[in-house]
Unconditional design. Structure first.
Length: 349
């Protein structure tokens, strides 16, 4: 069927108005730039926006991690996280994001004297205020962070149990490396999390190869894969992911900015999509990477090679891959259908 573009609507407006769900967003990586600048000024390290941008410049994954911890060292109050959640969701609402599953990494702030439970409480308050004011729904996924070890992971998991289904729904695992031994060591923690009712995801196949994805699936029992960029290295893994409908939380600009991938045009997201994998679109750490989910959709069309008509399927994939209950998914699908109908369903370039 011939796609039609509604008169008087430009592409930027269309992309912003697409109904979206985002499943791989680190809330600390989404600190609005004005809040980043306030933090850095309080820390006494920078005075201008340009100097902050220069300080946060990086060329590879290691540089990104260093920039992350430099900025996070200035977060000294748990109250900050309430404002953070509210402001991040306020911005996402303007992009017609209706549902978010956001990672948070409370272990990163122990050195600052902040408590994990205090951070969780503040994030929950902020997201509840945002839902009341804007209608956007957000659930939280606690990042155990490989770097801190499984013993701390077990402790953190225990601290999050009181918040299960009261704002926190899942457990994830990021960090500055993806070695297989760390995955093995976390298997007990993930089994415990599953038994308690937490949903499971983990970063894999981002800086490490297909073996890291296999380990996340087999050792941790995850339901989704964060990134999965290098899954293509093992065709049997790609078939497995397709057959089991294991979603990929793909973050194209993130992969470019951290040096994981070198070209938008050759990024494997198109290959995964064409082969029928359950691919979702995400911004990861949008402020650090100078992106947001709307820009991600734009780059898929302008730089990767997707047709605008493909974006409808991608947007609905976010619902299917989410950890929402089925009745909530069905309600959100109806909302998305109404929005797509208003947009004219799909457009040619």
């Amino acid at each position: 069927m011939e796609a039609k573009k509604p008169a008087g609507v430009n592409r930027a407006s269309i992309l912003r108005r697409i109904p979206k769900a985002e499943l791989h967003l680190h809330i600390e990586g989404a600190i609005p730039f004005r809040m980043q600048l306030e933090l850095a000024k309080k820390g006494g390290r920078v005075r201008t926006a340009s100097s902050l941008r220069e300080k946060l410049r990086f060329r590879d994954f290691g540089g990104f991690i260093r920039a992350w911890f430099w900025l996070m060292s200035f977060v000294r109050e748990e109250e900050f996280f309430e404002e953070l959640a509210y402001e991040v969701l306020k911005d996402l609402n303007l992009q017609n994001v209706k549902y978010v599953e956001a990672f948070f990494s409370p272990g990163d702030f122990r050195v600052n004297g902040l408590s994990e439970s205090g951070i969780a409480e503040r994030l929950i308050r902020g997201k509840e205020r945002a839902q009341k004011d804007f209608g956007i729904r957000c659930e939280l996924i606690v990042d155990l962070v490989r770097n801190y070890g499984p013993e701390y992971g077990a402790t953190l998991l225990g601290q999050m149990v009181p918040f299960l289904e009261k704002g926190i729904i899942g457990v994830g695992m990021g960090g500055s490396f993806e070695d297989l031994s760390s995955t093995d060591r976390y298997s007990t923690v993930f089994r415990k999390a599953k038994s308690l009712g937490f949903r499971l995801t983990a970063h894999a196949g981002e800086v490490a190869g297909a073996d890291s994805v296999w380990a996340a699936v087999r050792k941790l029992g995850v339901e989704r894969i964060g990134h999965g960029t290098r899954a293509y290295e093992d065709p049997s893994l790609v078939r497995y992911l397709k057959e089991r409908r294991i979603p990929l939380e793909v973050c194209v600009t993130s992969n470019m900015k951290t040096g994981v991938w070198q070209s938008y045009r050759t990024h494997p997201i198109m290959r995964y999509f064409n082969e029928g994998l359950l691919v979702t679109v995400n911004s990861d750490d949008p402020t650090f990477f100078d992106t947001n989910i709307t820009k991600e959709y734009a780059r898929l069309v302008g730089s990767v090679g997707f047709e605008i008509s493909d974006l409808e399927e991608l947007s609905f994939n976010g619902i299917e891959a989410s950890f929402m209950p089925e009745d909530s998914k069905e309600l959100l699908r109806k909302s998305f259908e109404r929005d797509w109908e208003r947009l004219g369903n799909s457009w040619s370039k």
